[in-house]
Design a protein around this ligand. Structure first.
Ligand SMILES: [Zn+2]
Length: 302
């Protein structure tokens, strides 16, 4: 079974906090049977452009070093194989586009295949969930999204506000939410409302459910059962064939009691199999992400 994860902050941790113990290690990915691990180049929590530039350069260097030591990069989840973990590159926070749209060409050349428009700061493209709910994409943001689509970089709506989210859909983009949960089950503003989920699934988008307990339950005491609850809710919103995992490992300090790192994914999969059966579980584990990228490759925007 192909297992894919659309978000972790391991590159950031390696680049910015070298030596810090990691959730995601080659051994744990192997033990958990992960085939495609997305590695995010996370913009970081200081909004200064020169700091962001420096962080991106060091994350690129860390990734190059991993590759020199045998890590294999893929440009599509379809290149994932069972029994080996390969890596897809993403960006979390498009703040660097303040340097111009050419930055997107550099990212495409690096093999970046998804980019979250914002992290938790407003930037030249858009406004995040935690700053203003309604603010639209900027005209430059719309231009950037069009270019992302031409370059086959999927726009990622995790962290984005509702205004930007609906603008993207109205433009005809087929976005993904790489690490987001359902607001109906946990009221955090980071989570997606039922209207957002329905619209996202209707257009062919994708959601990787985040494992962060504070996004899974209002009391923050989550287990794999809560992850299954969010997936089940998304199935009810039309998410069959369009949902999977967006762990956020190495970006979250607290984790579900029974899912501390990727080596414990088989436990989650057992639970999903018992709840949804083999076929839906196989989709959630990885096939749905492969299918999203085949749909995404064909999209056109207004
Ligand atoms: Zn995030």
């Amino acid at each position: 079974m192909l297992i894919c994860d659309t978000h972790c902050d391991t590159l950031y941790t390696l680049a910015v906090h070298p030596g810090k113990p990691l959730d995601v290690t080659p051994e744990r990915l192997r033990e958990g049977g992960v085939s495609v691990q997305t590695l995010a180049m996370f913009v970081g929590s200081s909004p200064k452009l020169e700091d962001i530039r420096a962080r991106f350069s060091s994350m690129v260097a860390v990734f190059e070093d991993l590759k020199a030591r045998g890590a294999r990069q893929v440009l599509s989840p379809a290149e994932g194989v069972e029994g080996e973990c390969r890596f897809l590159l993403s960006v979390e926070g498009c703040d660097l586009l303040a340097d111009g749209l050419e930055v997107l060409d550099q990212w495409a050349a690096l093999g970046v295949r998804m980019a979250a428009l914002t992290w938790n700061y407003k930037n030249v493209l858009a406004t995040p969930h935690c700053v203003d709910r309604e603010a639209p994409l900027t005209p430059f943001g719309r231009e950037a999204v069009r270019k992302m689509l031409r370059l086959h970089i999927a726009p990622d709506v995790s962290h984005l506000n509702e205004g930007g989210f609906f603008d993207l859909l109205e433009m005809g983009a087929v976005p993904l939410a790489s690490h987001s949960c359902a607001q109906a089950l946990c009221g955090h503003t980071r989570n997606l409302s039922d209207t957002q989920l329905k619209k996202l699934f209707e257009c062919g988008g994708y959601v990787g459910v985040n494992f962060y307990p504070a996004f899974l339950r209002d009391d923050g005491k989550a287990t794999c059962e809560d992850i299954a609850d969010h997936l089940e809710h998304m199935l009810r919103m039309g998410g069959e064939g369009k949902i999977g995992f967006g762990s956020d490992f190495d970006g979250i300090r607290v984790k579900p009691a029974d899912l501390d790192n990727p080596s414990m994914l088989p436990h989650l999969l057992d639970l999903l199999r018992a709840r949804f059966g083999e076929e839906i579980t196989r989709g959630i584990a990885g096939q749905n992400l492969v299918d999203y990228y085949s749909r995404f490759a064909g999209q056109k925007t207004a």
